[in-house]
Write a protein that binds this ligand. Structure first.
Ligand SMILES: N[C@@H](CCC(=O)N[C@@H](CS)C(=O)NCC(=O)O)C(=O)O
Length: 188
């Protein structure tokens, strides 16, 4: 999901920096994005993997309404995004759900941020695919756990064998050293 994106970064002008920062800290965390940078107490950059894509910057006269759609990894994240925004007192502009008018698996929710910008969280992955991928990941994890459990006793046995060999070699070497020490020193 976090590969190359079409937009490098975008800045929304906001009337009250702290109010908007607290709002976006909470709402974007639901989608897995964090505040990564902050400049002069008036600008904050949010993103993932060290790259801030989305910025807010204080401005006494912010631009009129903008629309921004944030990518969500799954439908549960879209739901959490919407609920968290409402908890902040935001007005909903569309409850979480599929928007068939865009495409059959366009699952989105819309809210207005503190300045009235229309922000959206959207997940394009069909529900079956998400469930299928989760199922596959679970199966792979189960297989790996089984294989590890099977390999562990074999590894232990091999390690024990090696330890035994090392012990025998050490014993032999100690015996030899003792014998050499007992031998009287040869006279010239
Ligand atoms: N209330 C609508 C909102 C739909 C919406 O805002 N769609 C976006 C495109 S994905 C849009 O047209 N934005 C234009 C704007 O906010 O100015 C819904 O729940 O479907």
């Amino acid at each position: 999901m976090r590969g190359m994106t079409m937009i490098d970064h975008i800045i929304l002008r906001v009337r009250d920096y702290k109010t908007s920062r607290d709002f976006y800290d909470a709402v974007l965390a639901t989608l897995g994005y964090q505040r990564l940078m902050e400049f002069e107490g008036t600008q904050a950059g949010y993103g993932a993997d060290g790259k801030p894509y989305f910025w807010i910057g204080e401005d006494a006269n912010p631009h009129p309404r903008t629309h921004i759609a944030f990518a969500a990894a799954d439908r549960a994240a879209v739901d959490a995004f919407h609920q968290t925004a409402l908890n902040f007192g935001a007005k909903s502009d569309g409850a979480p759900g599929v928007r068939e008018n865009y495409h059959p698996s366009y699952y989105a929710a819309f809210v207005f941020d503190p300045d009235g910008h229309n922000i959206e969280a959207v997940c394009h992955t069909p529900e079956g695919a998400v469930k299928g991928a989760a199922g596959k990941a679970k199966a792979v994890a189960k297989k790996a756990t089984k294989a590890a459990a099977k390999a562990a006793p074999r590894a232990t046995a091999a390690a024990q064998k090696l330890a035994g060999k090392a012990k025998a070699t050490a014993k032999k070497a100690a015996g030899k050293a003792k014998a050499v020490a007992k031998k009287p020193a040869r006279r010239r």
